[in-house]
Design a protein around this ligand. Structure first.
Ligand code: SF4
Length: 371
């Protein structure tokens, strides 16, 4: 059995370390690329959401390198993610790609079935090995997320433009070759040190933008046309609360063990959206409110065309923008999105944020001079 898994930002690190620790054979698909999207678009239903199309492309590119089994996590709730696994298997098999899928979820709370799937992945039921694999996978997910957060802080302040991108890109490439938790952790630590050694402008006060939206398009930089690094290279510090580690810890581990979760976003979203409607709509609304309260200069929502939960969230965001006086930009992406138009919208939005800041500074100085 040769396993592969879909790309979504740094999820490949989590996937490969889990499989390394379990001793399974696997193939990491090529990083998301134009060809993968073209392949996925060819086989997926036209109205399918973008992540499904790119994932199909990942699987087929990995199949061409020898993969025969797909590992993915399951979803639930009123959005299409819940049937991605079954749908993808059917599309692949109909198109002649004979691949099996292992979905890591607890089907209808059936623990026995879940354990059977883990056993299949691990090639047996060695509880110590499985526990260590889960622990190390969770650790590396957290470390990689923290490293990415560090890039968000350093990029807008770096003196030599492009340094953060260069180091981070090399890290992502090198991580493909890392084997097991210890090598991966060392690579994260070395990269962290390299980033911290960069010369930065400590007096610079960048504009701050919160990124919200559908998890795939917010986390996967290729899909969002590198939104986080584009903003960073424009001198803007970004923050993105939905992360892979947070998803693993809060949505998988804590949910399964009925442990208390960080639900500040649920509370913040409550006046606008009082229940979970699938995807990350509730996070989008709650985090937009939290960003506004934390004094951020703007919020950018990103989502794939036809994403139902985010369409609902988009219709609510103008109320948050009005109530908290915070500008919100919505970017909708599909396989036809052109980078030039997309970039123009981001530039116009950042111009607006800069003008607002200039105006606020002038007003503050006027008040100060009167007192
Ligand atoms: S959250 Fe949106 S993009 Fe993701 S599966 Fe659901 S509908 Fe599709």
């Amino acid at each position: 059995m040769k396993i592969t898994f879909p790309h979504m930002g740094n999820v490949y690190v989590v996937g490969k370390i889990l499989l390394d620790e379990l001793g399974a054979e696997y193939i990491v698909p090529p990083f998301n690329n134009k060809k993968a999207l073209e392949i996925g678009t060819k086989y997926a239903p036209e109205s399918a959401c973008l992540p499904l199309k790119i994932n199909l492309g990942n699987y087929i590119q990995a199949y061409e390198q020898g993969a025969d089994t797909i590992l993915m996590v399951g979803g639930c709730g009123p959005c299409r993610f819940g049937y991605y696994g079954a749908l993808e298997k059917e599309i692949l098999n109909d198109a002649g790609f004979n691949m099996d899928i292992i979905i890591l979820e607890m089907p209808n709370g059936n623990l026995k079935e879940f354990l059977n799937r883990v056993k299949r992945l691990a090639g047996g039921f060695d509880i110590h090995k499985i526990f260590r694999a889960i622990r190390n996978t969770t650790r590396i997910a957290k470390q990689v997320d923290e490293l990415e957060k560090l890039t968000f802080k350093i990029r807008p302040r770096e003196i030599v433009k492009g340094s953060t991108d260069r180091i981070y890109k090399a890290f992502q490439e090198d991580m493909r070759e890392a084997r097991g938790y210890d090598q991966a952790r060392k690579l994260v630590e070395d990269t962290r040190r390299e980033l911290l050694s960069l010369e930065i402008d400590r007096s610079f006060k960048p504009l701050k933008v919160g990124i919200v939206g559908e998890i795939y398009t917010t986390i996967d930089s290729y899909t969002s046309f590198y939104l986080d690094s584009k903003l960073g290279n424009m001198g803007i510090e970004v923050e993105r609360p939905v992360t892979i580690s947070n998803w693993i810890i809060d949505h998988i581990i804590k949910s399964a063990l009925h442990l208390p979760r960080d639900l500040r976003y649920v509370e913040a979203a409550a006046p606008y959206l009082g229940k979970m409607i699938g995807g990350h709509a509730q996070e989008t609304i709650g985090n937009a409110v939290l960003f506004a309260k934390d004094g951020y200069d703007g919020v950018v929502q990103v989502y794939p065309l036809t994403c139902m939960p985010e369409i609902v969230a988009q219709s609510i965001l103008p109320a948050i923008s009005r109530d908290f006086d915070i500008p919100v930009l919505t970017l909708i992406i599909d396989e036809m999105t052109g980078e030039a138009g997309y970039l123009t919208r981001i530039e116009a939005f950042t111009d607006l944020l800069e003008k607002r800041r200039e105006r606020t500074t002038i007003e503050e100085n006027r008040v100060l001079s009167r007192s």
